[in-house]
Design a protein around this ligand. Structure first.
Ligand SMILES: [Zn+2]
Length: 211
């Protein structure tokens, strides 16, 4: 895919995410690998109003090659790419329901959400909670790196989800599935719930091996 097309796709996805209220203000960031580096939404940018020509382009040491200054959360994306060679795109949001789940006191830190639906198992599968560090703290990048080898999706405590995919569309689908599942999980609080059984989860994983 040409870099021009990729830039347009990042902006189109940003607009779609913002207009549907999946992130707010100038929160959230989107990145994708290109031929000679990677593209990231700039610092302080509103995902609804991105300019393809001003996206930050970085090298694999995280240095700016061209465009506006990158998001302060650039190191989260870099850690994901460095640990996941097959990942082509990363989406990080402050989506309301996922953030709400990330602040619950009694969640399982190894497996934050239960397998409520087949699509959650297919697109997320397993979701660890990354311990809280202040935005911009490099310890957060190292914590993300620690999970990235085994997980394409993770939830940052008191912050939001980070999800990688084999394409921009795959990363977007996965982070949206996560947000929808977090909303279901909250809707079901206090109710008796029938999750998928371990056998049903294993069957889905056989049919749809993780990308
Ligand atoms: Zn963030």
């Amino acid at each position: 895919m040409s870099e021009t097309l990729l830039r347009d796709q990042i902006c189109e996805l940003g607009r779609s995410i913002f207009e549907r209220g999946l992130t707010h203000g100038s929160t959230g960031n989107i990145s994708a690998r290109c031929e000679d580096g990677w593209l990231l939404t700039p610092t302080g940018s509103n995902l609804g109003k991105l300019d393809p020509a001003r996206l930050s382009k970085l090298d694999w040491q995280g240095r700016l090659i061209s465009g506006d200054q990158p998001s302060k959360e650039n190191f989260l994306h870099l850690a994901m790419y460095q640990e996941r060679e097959r990942s082509r795109a990363v989406v990080h949001l402050h989506s309301t329901h996922s953030v709400a789940v990330s602040v619950l006191d009694d969640i399982d830190h190894a497996e934050v959400l239960p397998p409520l639906t087949a699509y959650y198992v297919m697109r997320i599968g397993s979701l660890p909670l990354v311990p809280y560090y202040a935005p911009g703290d490099l310890q957060l990048a190292e914590a993300v790196r620690g999970y990235a080898g085994k997980h394409h999706a993770m939830l940052l405590a008191n912050h939001g989800p980070v999800v990688a995919g084999t394409s921009l569309a795959a990363a977007a689908d996965a982070v949206e599935e996560l947000e929808a599942t977090a909303q279901l999980f909250l809707l079901l609080q206090g109710r008796r719930v029938r999750t998928l059984t371990p056998e049903q989860v294993a069957d889905i994983r056989r049919r749809y091996p993780a990308a």
